[in-house]
Design a protein around this ligand. Sequence first.
Ligand SMILES: *Cc1c(COP(=O)(O)O)cnc(C)c1O
Length: 457
Amino acid sequence: MTTEFRALPSVDRLLAHPLVQRIAETYQREAVLAAVRRHLERAREGVAQGESAPSLEALAEGVAHEVASLWQPGPRPVINATGVILHTNLGRAPLSEEALSAVAEAARGYSNLELDVEEGERGSRQQHVGHLLAQLTGAEAALVVNNNAAAVALGLAALARSKEVIVSRGEAVEIGGGFRIPDVLHQSGAALVDVGTTNRTYVQDYQRAITPNAGAILKVHTSNFRIVGFVHEPTLQELAALGREHSIPVLYDLGSGCLLETEHFGLAHEPTPQESIRAGADLVFFSGDKLLGGPQAGIVVGKQALVAQLSKHPLARALRIDKLDLAALSATLLHYLKGEATRKVPVWQMVSKSPRELEAKAQSWAALVGQQTEAIQGHSTVGGGSLPGETLPTWLVAINAQGLPGAAQGLARRLRQGNPPIITRIVDERVVVDPRTVLPHEEPSLVQALRAALGQL
Ligand SMILES: *Cc1c(COP(=O)(O)O)cnc(C)c1O
């Protein structure tokens, strides 16, 4: 064992290795030295447990790899080959070219973010985007904050602090990432009054729960699950009428914020902000980066007086949207106003890809990747807490990984650990790649990575 310890190089010797020297030219000396010490320490522990000493070469490679990956900017781009369009772990919606340019421009220099250039006075960062949202949804006013979770929390804090908020038992839900309606209400200082049952709630249930201390009626779109069978919920019109009768605001957390009619794309109907405003909701809350296809943002649209109450609340400043998201959001909203969303917004380009186009892609990739590979029919999903259970027919490249190390799991792992990482699915013991969510510029590296992983390069 002592000979094994002696086989380990000294700190200076490992530092002097050409591989380590080369990274030391690029990265801070302290960072390289720390990595050298860490790797030697780990090797010593290994030897103490009876392992043999790693070679100088292996140690140097380990140090170089670790330092280089620590200093990589993150998050790193990955190729989403899962066919899940709004993949929460992969950053939800990719932005349009126009939104990207708007971000770059807003980031590169100064902007009129909070300056009224006509009058030379202080302006509001909300003004421009507010106009766009009012036009698109028919609402009187709008407010944009950091994300939809923040928007809902702000709405409840501003309108219902120390008051009761009436919620159907079927809608006191968890959205994911720790966003649970009862907890958000609690944090906002509002008291939850749950009415009805898990599967059936009537407008009379809400009515009976109204007390002089009622602050709001909150409706929540159950965006990530579906209850089917013996179910009932009042329409938004009924709730709006009830709210008006008792002068209680009706708030609707929509989740996705889909501005297009999903049934035109062969999907179930996803409620839209514009129809919710028409139905009489006082405030409607939705995300910027779900089916809207823009940046992370939380959007509130509705009655002028209520929006003003939210804007004035101290939390509004803490939750405000930054200039880069604002630039991306207004560029995205413009696509809808110009009627070009399905052509320009990546999420909608993906939703509207035709089966024929997807089949052609899958066939040509399968041919390029070669043996053990075929194009088969399958399903993509919208994901991101939208349209649960709904699928879009697609074509997949299915790769038979039998005989390869670790079979399908092993192949999926190697693809994930590649550069760029490729995220796939496994269906029936095969690794499948869905062209629907692969962006055009990613195609060459995807095909090349698949060939390499199958040992064909
Ligand atoms: C997704 C979702 C949220 C949270 O929105 P974020 O923009 O992710 O903060 C809130 N409510 C519902 C109903 C949702 O679907």
